[in-house]
Design a protein around this ligand. Structure first.
Ligand code: ZN
Length: 377
């Protein structure tokens, strides 16, 4: 992948190029930022750039032997570590290298824009969670003890460091502290609060913010060939997350359904209409986990917008049409006290859905709480 294959993120690209130009590539870097902000794509472009034999000041050439191998993710000095677990096909010791064909396949197909759920689904983990296990860390340390085959730099890209199993951490810490010559570790993570502080302190931080509206629109058009009009609508919903934005375009759905469900649900909770809430609970339980999670994400966003509206921070509200009208009408019922409770509860609901909680129990419990909280002054 070349830098030019990635839309936007110009500041980060420039910073990475400069590190190469000034010959101060830090050996352990942490690419930290929200889902869908381009971390993996940039990590790949950076590694390719470092090892390109014909790079220009702006980009790798994309054609030299190193770039060609990087493009197919088959370079012998490029290594990956990512969360895995036993699957039907790989049921002995799950190691990243055993899943490499799956990994190459997904990274290339999705141009490095996908999330953990996509990865788990791709390797057939179904409802299990992948982890980065100690054996995988040993394996990478073993590999790095060999001389590099072809290029100046050996590169290890460790994706989703928050999934590093705690027992495995000391091994990684040791190698981050005393890395072999000419080795670059790029650690990728979304949630700083889940990363061990010792890892944070041993890496140089490269922070990724959410994509700006213009960046998201341009990237979406690049990835899906949607029209500028479509991308304009979706940027409100996707909230800077390219992975989600692409999914919405590809699935042909939008957050319209989530909005309508949320509006109905809030009205029913306000009226304490149990009969209808039971019916809605039943509908909700049939949505499928990914859609349920997306719904709770939407709830978080809607609550935030209502609170912003209440305190007249309207320029931060990314909404229009019926949705905006609803936010204005509903915001008098959202205040700092209940917004905190709602926020916590929607996050918890997301978490429980992700960990295979029973959707109708989660939804109904939440409805009962929401009824109470909406009456708070
Ligand atoms: Zn090249």
């Amino acid at each position: 992948m070349k830098f030019s294959d990635i839309i936007g993120r110009e500041e980060i690209k420039e910073r990475l190029r400069r590190s190469v130009k000034e010959n101060r590539v830090s050996h352990a870097q942490l690419f930290l930022g929200p889902e869908g902000s381009g971390k993996l794509a940039l990590a790949l472009a950076y590694a390719q750039y470092i090892n390109c034999t014909r790079r220009t000041p702006v980009d790798s050439c994309g054609e030299c032997p190193s770039c060609t191998k990087y493009g197919k993710l088959v370079h012998p000095d490029l290594h990956f570590v990512y969360p895995v677990a036993k699957t039907k096909e790989i049921d002995d010791k799950p190691l990243s290298k055993l899943f490499i064909t799956y990994w190459r396949d997904l990274v290339i197909k999705k141009k490095a824009v996908f999330n953990q759920h996509d990865w788990h689904e791709h390797i057939g983990l179904e409802n299990k969670q992948g982890i980065i296990n100690a054996e995988d860390c040993n394996e990478i340390i073993r590999t790095l003890s060999y001389k590099s085959y072809e290029s100046e730099y050996k590169v290890v890209i460790m994706w989703m460091v928050e999934k590093l199993f705690h027992a495995a951490a000391p091994k990684i810490l040791k190698i981050l502290e005393e890395p072999p010559e000419k080795t670059l570790f790029i650690l990728i993570a979304e949630k700083p609060e889940l990363i061990l502080p010792t890892i944070l302190s041993r890496t140089q931080l490269v922070k990724f913010n959410r994509l700006a509206d213009e960046e998201l629109s341009a990237a979406l058009i690049f990835h899906t060939s949607c029209t500028p009009e479509e991308s304009g609508k979706i940027k409100y919903i996707a909230d800077g997350n390219l992975t989600v934005a692409i999914k919405i375009i590809e699935s042909g759905e939008s957050d319209q359904l989530n909005f309508e469900t949320f509006r109905t649900w809030m009205r029913l909770c306000f009226k304490r209409d149990f009969a209808e809430i039971f019916r809605l609970t039943n509908d909700f339980s049939k949505l499928g986990r990914e859609n349920q999670k997306r719904f709770f994400n939407y709830c978080l966003k809607a609550t935030r917008f209502c609170l912003l509206n209440r305190f007249d921070n309207t320029d931060q509200i990314r909404s229009e049409g019926d949705e905006l009208k609803f936010i204005r009408d509903f915001s008098p019922f959202i205040n700092p006290a209940n917004a905190g409770l709602l926020n916590e509860a929607f996050n918890q609901a997301y978490y429980h859905i992700e960990r295979n909680g029973t959707p109708n129990i989660i939804f109904l419990d939440l409805s009962i709480n929401v009824m109470r909280w909406l009456k708070m002054k």
